[in-house]
Design a protein around this ligand. Structure first.
Ligand code: PEP
Length: 254
């Protein structure tokens, strides 16, 4: 059965002390209150990931990740962080292609495909983000946009590599806006993405891949979203910045 994963993307929030305190609170709450089977991934700013990894080391179901990574292995790339460096901190997951990276840092599908390769080569798990803008949805272009993001970012992978990837569907109009896609809207897209994978690879691969939903997920809407057959967890932004709200989202996954 495919893995259920709830990940908290802290974005550029929390200094080191605050971040370690949040990680400690979340890990204690998850340990004491959560009996379900989902994996929980804490994704702090990269500077804090080594400390967060140490703090959760040995805890079942808990992992750490980062929000971006270089497509290069090493060398003269000032300010960049390589996948091998990330791996050496104990982190396991890397977000690739978050809409904020696409929008503010000009990251395009072909560039992201190379980052996916770097992450997989280091033995880490990429969380590949895709999603349409409000304008694209209003023009009814969302299926085309998603197909392009998925095929250009991922479909150069072979079957084995593809099965290592986690996908996060995050409609841009729902990120940080308080507007969640309805469960029906999210399920429709998740099923569409799974269908694209089945067509390119096969049904077995498509059924193995975790597809998270992201966009204003809160404790109040998480259970309904998680009950949909193709929604395998969440990538959480704002609500991941507080231990109580994030843990309550985790607890909504059986
Ligand atoms: C995100 O940034 O990935 C996200 C989904 O943010 P929020 O939960 O705040 O909408």
């Amino acid at each position: 059965m495919r893995k259920k994963i709830i990940a908290g993307n802290w974005k550029m929030n929390k200094n080191l002390e605050e971040g370690l305190a949040l990680a400690s609170e979340v890990s204690n709450m998850v340990k004491d209150e959560y009996q379900g089977s989902a994996w929980v991934v804490l994704i702090p700013p990269a500077l804090h990931v080594s400390g967060v990894s140490k703090l959760i080391n040995g805890m079942p179901k808990m992992y750490a990740g980062v929000q971006n990574c270089s497509n290069h292995k090493s060398g003269a790339y000032t300010g960049e962080i390589s996948a091998d460096m990330i791996k050496s901190t104990g982190a396991s997951f890397v977000i690739i292609g978050h809409s904020e990276r696409r929008q503010y840092f000009g990251e395009h599908n072909d560039w992201l495909a190379r980052k996916i390769d770097a992450v997989l080569e280091a033995g880490l798990t990429p969380i590949y983000c895709c999603g349409e803008t409000l304008e694209e949805r209003e023009k009814n272009a969302h299926f085309t946009v998603l197909e392009k993001q998925i095929s250009e970012g991922l479909f150069h992978l072979n079957e084995i590599q593809m099965q290592q990837v986690v996908i996060a569907y995050e409609p841009v109009w729902a990120i940080g806006t308080g507007k969640t896609a309805s469960t029906a809207q999210a399920q429709e897209i998740h099923a569409f993405i799974r269908g694209l994978i089945a067509k390119k690879y096969n049904t077995a691969v498509a059924q193995e891949i975790t597809i998270q939903y992201g966009g204003s997920v809160k404790a109040e809407n998480a259970a309904e979203l998680f009950a949909a057959p193709d929604i395998d967890g969440a990538l959480v932004g704002g609500a991941a910045l507080q231990s109580r709200s994030f843990t309550d989202i985790v607890k909504a996954m059986p």
